[in-house]
Design a protein around this ligand. Structure first.
Ligand code: TLP
Length: 342
């Protein structure tokens, strides 16, 4: 099987497993795990923030990130295609007591600054407090779009002016770094907090980091504990993260080239209208047949993908698929075309 369902499907390789097996560990709830401490310090450094917190998942990184900026009853402004709004089980509402105010995401993953400004409530006793703007870069549902630095700067400047905090869901920020040819720290510079995932393009089995100011991370640590995310000898997992931050950032451009090659191959079939991938996510509009029909035909031909809405399929390139695998996948898909007749 060539598994293109997500970049979360990667398996740790030999060298990463060795680093995990050899990790020095301690009880992290006591702050005693030296490998986690090193990972948090390295993550903060790479993202240009004072401190960082290791959490089990991107979902928890975003939830802790958002909870730590807000009070129950506050309103958070975010994109209607954002991961927080679509795929995090409503945690911000259920656990944070937050009202989400979704605004239309533009195809480039950004939000319209005028619409954000209009969404911010006046200071009036009837109104919720609009305390947070949540951004996403790269943007998953916008086909892995790397949101430009101009858009980031415009939105963070506006948030500053409106006295809102900014949280960046940077689950794939190192893909944005490669696509924009800008350091992740520059992309996140004017965001108060940023989360990123080790378990996606970086190829780790588990883990995400939330980065921000020192006092914010102290409070975030309390919120992580509340959610049950205080782990003990998790240096075994952090060692995978340290390994990935050293060895797997610079190779992300390969995933992006593979995604472009995949999109190009799919475009030859009139049934598919793929995006022009900027990073590692290919989103294909299905012009003929059904999503379910194609997913089944692909699976039978040995290629795994996921449905991404009623007429869209998503395919993601990653560490465990090579350029040769992409050619192989395109060959298998050619073979599958006969399975779903015109
Ligand atoms: N995204 C997953 C699915 O949930 C859709 C994927 O396969 O892409 N932010 C962004 C932008 C994400 O894409 C994801 C995962 C998360 C946060 C949550 O990360 P996890 O899965 O670690 O909780």
């Amino acid at each position: 099987m060539i598994d293109l369902r997500s970049d979360t499907v990667t398996k740790p390789g030999e060298a990463m497993r060795r680093a995990m097996a050899e990790a020095e560990v301690g009880d992290d709830v006591f702050g005693d795990d030296p490998t986690i401490n090193r990972l948090e310090a390295r993550a903060a450094e790479l993202l240009g923030k004072e401190a960082a917190l290791f959490v089990p998942s991107g979902t928890m990184a975003n939830l802790v990130g958002v909870l730590t900026h807000t009070r129950p009853g506050d309103e958070i402004v975010l994109g209607d295609e954002s991961h927080i709004f679509n795929y995090e089980v409503g945690g911000a509402a259920r656990i944070g007591g937050l009202q989400t105010h979704p605004l239309r995401n533009r195809p480039d993953g950004s939000l319209d600054a005028g619409e954000v400004a209009a969404a911010v409530r006046d200071d009036n006793i009837h109104n919720p407090v609009t305390s947070l703007l949540a951004l996403e870069n790269t943007h998953n549902r916008c086909g892995g779009a790397a949101v430009s630095i101009e858009q980031m700067d415009a939105l963070t400047a506006l948030a500053r002016e409106k006295r809102m905090r900014v949280h960046l869901d940077g689950a794939r920020i190192f893909n944005a770094q490669a696509a924009l040819v800008l350091p992740a720290a520059r992309i996140a510079r004017d965001c108060d907090s940023v989360s990123f995932c080790l378990s996606k393009g970086l190829g780790c089995p588990v883990g995400s980091l939330l980065c921000g100011p020192r006092d914010y991370i102290v409070e975030a640590r309390r919120n992580r504990k509340m959610l049950g995310g205080g782990m003990r000898q998790a240096g075994i997992l952090a060692a995978a993260g340290l390994y990935a931050l050293e060895h797997h950032i610079d190779r992300m451009a390969d995933d992006h080239a593979n995604a472009r090659r995949l999109a190009e191959g799919l475009r030859r079939h009139d049934a598919f209208v793929p995006n022009d991938p900027q990073t590692n996510i290919v989103v294909v509009e299905v012009a003929r047949g059904t999503v379910g029909g194609w997913l089944k035909a692909f699976r039978e031909a040995g290629v795994l993908a996921v449905g991404f809405g009623p007429a869209r399929i998503r395919m993601v390139t990653h560490l465990d698929v090579s350029a040769a695998d992409i050619e192989d996948a395109l060959g298998r898909i050619n073979g599958a075309m006969a399975a779903v007749p015109a």
